[in-house]
Design a protein around this ligand. Structure first.
Ligand code: C2O
Ligand code: CU
Length: 466
């Protein structure tokens, strides 16, 4: 499918029209009942054209047989109810990443639910959506392989009052390790990946295909919702010739700002909402370059401008503030503090015993096995906490806490500029970050690195809120 078709199929022209006419007014009231979300998701095998027409199709695992799975869209405050049916030959679960939901709906096998059995097992996920924003869903069992074969999709929770834009589009970024016939290389869980940067692939897709272009029209204002669904790849996107504004991170509104160094950096599982004004010239193409790994920069795709403009100049209306989400504000003066140290990895004192058992990483000095669910911390329900995360390794780690969002208040001892709310914080090698939140959601919550190969080789723990 071309982007054009996708754009046309995507949703209501009526909504696009309403948004377009409201552009410039700051915030627009979205018409209600956007896109009816499907009431079920079937996880199954399928063949899809990932790598383009020059290659054979790729056998994947996908929700509803597509990669990414269906884009789920709800309104803030609505209830999500989805029956997941597992038609795969492996057990699975679904985790709705970033949603502050009841523990029993969190999708963690052996911790919050029994696995959904292979060949026909079912489970109904049902919960309210308290916060607006860009989220995603993926399995939480055998994640390196299941996500790596294509099981993931976007979940968008729309604000009642959204920034006025001409188009609102999701880019789900995927990363694949393919052979010359475009087949997925099945070396999941190898120790080389686990003890280094994780399974970084050789083929990057946007919405399930290698893309040449994304069509835009001069003068239009886009909201681009970026989701990094890769196992391990970190993206650093540079929109050449454009000046995108970051308006939300991990779903949560942030003071609108230009990304640091002009690059939008997204570790695995992280999201960013961008406001992008199409200020280029009709008929021209502008590359979007991913140069996170500086020696291996490549062109993700081109923003290609149609011959005729949508309007003479981009809608310049004031950008009204988005309303904050519903997290309680942590009381920093009274917060209890804890430190969590992440260790291990190649060149970082990998535990020798661990190497023998396939564990490469440690949390507070010990490698934690995939189904060891003794909590490393017990937090008092309703109390404020500051956790200091210490990355005592030579590698990047996107650290994710379930069931909560947290403010990043400091990095390497210095206050952060935006005090952004996140659910996944990317720690650079040797970096320290302080996060603050109210432990307001009772239950046993996973807490892990979202480089999936790191997660299952020791960099994972449970935090109890009770
Ligand atoms: Cu996105 Cu524990 O996961
Ligand atoms: Cu990691």
């Amino acid at each position: 499918m071309t982007i054009d078709q996708q754009v046309r199929d995507y949703a209501l022209t009526r909504r696009d029209f309403l948004l377009a006419t409201a552009a410039g007014a700051g915030l627009a009231l979205l018409p209600s009942a956007a896109t009816a979300a499907p009431g079920r998701l079937r996880a199954r095998e399928a063949n899809v054209a990932l790598a383009g027409a020059a290659y054979p199709q790729t056998g994947v695992w996908g929700y509803e047989g597509s990669v990414p799975g269906p884009e789920l869209r709800f309104r803030q405050g609505e209830r999500l109810k989805i029956e997941v049916e597992n038609l795969l030959s492996a057990d699975t679960t679904v985790h709705f990443h970033g949603i502050r939901l009841p523990n029993a709906m969190d999708g963690v096998p052996e911790l919050t639910q029994a696995p959904i059995a292979a060949r026909g097992g079912k489970f109904v996920y049902e919960f309210a959506l308290p916060d607006a924003g860009t989220y995603w869903y993926h399995p939480h069992l055998g994640s390196p392989e299941q996500v790596g074969r294509g099981l993931y999709g976007a979940l968008v929770v729309e604000e009642a009052m959204a920034p006025a834009v001409d188009r609102d589009r999701v880019w789900v970024l995927g990363d694949w390790r393919l052979d010359r016939e475009a087949r997925i290389v099945g070396d999941f869980g190898n120790f080389m990946d686990a003890s280094h940067a994780g399974r970084i692939g050789n083929t990057v897709t946007v919405n399930g295909a290698v893309r040449e272009t994304f069509e835009v029209r001069a003068g239009e204002r886009l909201r681009l919702r970026l989701v990094n669904a890769a196992n391990a790849r970190i993206f650093g996107l540079d929109f050449r010739g454009h000046d995108p504004l970051v308006i939300a991170l991990d779903g949560h509104p942030v003071e609108p700002h230009r990304p640091e160094g002009g690059r939008v950096v997204l570790g695995p599982a992280m999201r960013a909402d961008l406001l992008l004004d199409a200020t280029g010239e009709p008929g021209r193409a502008y590359p979007v370059v991913d140069d996170f790994y500086r020696q291996r920069a490549y062109r993700l795709l081109d923003l290609r401008y149609a011959k005729d403009a949508l309007r003479g100049a981009p809608a310049r209306g004031g950008l009204a503030r988005m309303r904050p989400n519903t997290m309680p504000e942590p009381e920093l003066e009274r917060a209890e503090r804890h430190r969590v140290v992440f260790g291990g990895g190649m060149m970082g004192g990998m535990p020798m015993m661990g190497m023998m058992r396939g564990a490469a990483w440690t949390v507070n000095g010990a490698p934690i096995r995939e189904h060891d669910h003794h909590p490393i911390l017990t937090l008092g329900l309703g109390r404020s906490y500051v956790l200091e995360f210490v990355n005592d390794t030579q590698w990047h780690h996107p650290i994710h806490l379930h069931g909560h969002a947290f403010r990043v208040i400091a990095r390497n001892g210095r206050a952060t500029r935006y005090r952004e709310w996140l659910d996944t914080v990317l720690l650079a090698p040797r970096e320290r970050a302080e996060i603050a939140f109210v432990a307001d959601n009772p239950g046993d919550w996973m807490f892990h690195c979202h480089v999936l190969e790191h997660q299952v080789s020791g960099m994972m723990a449970v935090i109890r809120v009770a």
